[in-house]
Design a protein around this ligand. Sequence first.
Ligand code: GLN
Length: 204
Amino acid sequence: MKPLSSWGKRKGAPLIGVLAMQGAFAEHVRALESVGAKTRLVKTPEDLHNLDGLVLPGGESTTMTMLMERVGLLEPLRDAIAGGLPTLATCAGMIVLAREVTDGMAGQRGLGLLDISVRRNGYGRQVDSFEAAIDVAGLDGKAFPGVFIRSPLVESAGTAEVVAVHDGRAVAVRQGHILALCFHPELTGDRRLHQEFVRMALAS
Ligand code: GLN
């Protein structure tokens, strides 16, 4: 498995877009800026221009997708990611990218850019939120504090590379330029995954 820290070939401040339809986008902005990235809120198709990377935050996948459709952002966003824009997707963002979504709202479909099958709210409503120490391949030092909030359950990781497992299930996967997490690194003080994503954006 390729260590995450092998990403990053050049130095400098990349410009990372953060999808800002709804959800935990402000926390991602703070986390990215604290590791030296520049950020731009993505609310329209024009906001996708000249980005070095993109973050799809947690929130509600159905609402996020519906709002993107409303402002004409869904197709340009799909094209940008399919075209190789480095993307960090957390929680709802992971659902938005998935090949297959079960237990979604009626008619809910993922963009099909990430070869995983996810069960929406798959960790069960009785344990809507929990925290667990997650060993992420390639991250130096201690386990990562994984904050899970009504997270999707990865039922099959397809061809995506599993970079972290919890209770026998993938909770972090990488597929080329896409890194997707079931948990919320932006809600912790641990910036290692944002740091790695910034390196990944610089390396692309
Ligand atoms: N359950 C939410 C959804 O289906 C995801 C939760 C989250 O992003 N924290 O979109």
